[in-house]
Design a protein around this ligand. Structure first.
Ligand code: SAH
Length: 348
């Protein structure tokens, strides 16, 4: 049975699904979900750590520096959420170890996908990370958490304003019995989201609020920072940004359920407001290009080229792709949420 057939019978039996429930099932259904079954990085889409080792290396040095700012606490946990192929963690730790640091770091990974977990276990075997499953809570040890391209796969609810009333968008069945996006007849509860005036469509990721709750709980007990890198607007809330990717091409969000990656733009403005309201420190969002340059992307690139002159062109190409505003440098943003009372982190 395909996920499409399962979704159709679910909808026939219980009515249309909110877009967020559709997204969650497509990504995480244990048997058919995209992340549960297909480690598609490098095939369906490509991410910064896979483009250049400089990305993970600079983040590793950032984490080491911020650990020192926290007063070099021991024990200490370096968390990564949604670690993909484990490349970023491997590059972070190789840069940290090259400075002679990191001896006090326990590593922990929150990864929802069993197939990615296997890839990570193999790649990071020598580093002995703890695997904690899908993201829920954080422990009671001072920590630094990093996540690249994780927030964009948190399921989103979508709402549209029709004649002055907000309604939730849902996935139902059309007259032929195929999956189709429609609008719920009931009015949406107004507390589900907030909108800037003039907006007629809005997308809300409930997971952002859950994340801030988890950080607020953790930072109530221990100091630390959480750094998120992703794409999305800094100010206005996203409207309808749900997109699907398969083999590097964009496909319709309903075209290949479970076989394509589903993603939305992250509402950085809302994340920042939620964190500030929770009494946490908020730095950014800033553009990825500026952030990586501030951390020394240029110098690290020159050093790598010096050590590998035959690979100069590839190294240059990779780093440029990450920092150039015309490529990923400005579309991707970096935000850091910190325990109350800490100075601003490096790079902001
Ligand atoms: N950070 C990696 C992978 C990005 S893809 C990189 O930059 O290459 C998104 C990752 O988040 C995948 O590993 C996916 O399985 C994981 N993921 C998605 N939802 C998750 C959740 N709720 N908890 C933990 N991991 C999740």
């Amino acid at each position: 049975m395909t996920l499409r057939t399962i979704l159709k019978s679910l909808i026939e039996a219980g009515g249309p699904l909110p877009v967020s429930a559709y997204m969650n099932t497509c990504l995480h259904d244990p048997k058919h979900g995209y992340y549960s079954t297909r480690p598609g990085i490098g095939r369906d889409f490509i991410t910064a750590p896979e483009i250049s080792q400089v990305f993970g290396e600079l983040l590793g040095l950032w984490a080491l520096h911020e650990w020192q700012v926290l007063g070099s606490p021991k024990p200490f946990t370096l968390h990564e959420v949604g670690a993909g192929r484990g490349t970023m963690m491997a590059d972070m730790m190789s840069a940290i170890k090259a400075t002679g640091g990191g001896a006090a770091f326990d590593l922990a990974i929150n990864e929802a996908s069993p197939v990615f977990t296997e890839v990570q276990q193999e790649k990071l075997a020598g580093l002995n990370p703890q695997f904690n499953g899908a993201f829920q809570a954080l422990g009671d040890v001072p920590f630094i958490l990093l996540a690249n391209e994780w927030l964009d796969c948190l399921p989103a609810r979508q709402f549209v304003n029709l004649d002055g009333a907000w309604h939730e968008k849902v996935v139902g069945l059309d007259e032929q019995g195929d999956l189709a996006i429609g609008v719920a007849t009931d009015k949406a509860p107004s507390q589900a989201f907030d909108v800037a005036s003039g907006q007629t469509a809005v997308e809300v990721q409930p997971g952002l609020a859950t994340l801030v709750d988890a950080l607020q709980d953790a930072f109530g007990q221990v100091p630390g920072r959480a750094l998120f890198i992703d794409y999305g607007p800094t100010e206005r809330a996203p409207g309808d940004t749900l997109r699907a990717f398969s083999r590097g091409h964009q496909v319709g969000p309903l075209a290949m359920p479970g076989e394509s990656d589903l993603t939305v733009d992250v509402d950085f403005g809302r994340l920042a407001r939620l964190a500030a309201k929770a009494g946490l420190g908020v730095s950014g969002p800033v553009e990825q290009g500026a952030f990586l340059m501030a951390l020394g992307a240029e110098q690290r690139m020159q050093a790598l080229i010096g050590a590998n002159p035959d690979k100069a062109e590839d190294i240059h190409k990779g780093v440029s792709r990450l920092v150039d505003p015309a490529e990923l440098g400005s579309r991707f943003k970096v935000i850091c949420i910190s325990a109350p009372g800490l100075p601003p982190p490096a790079g902001f």
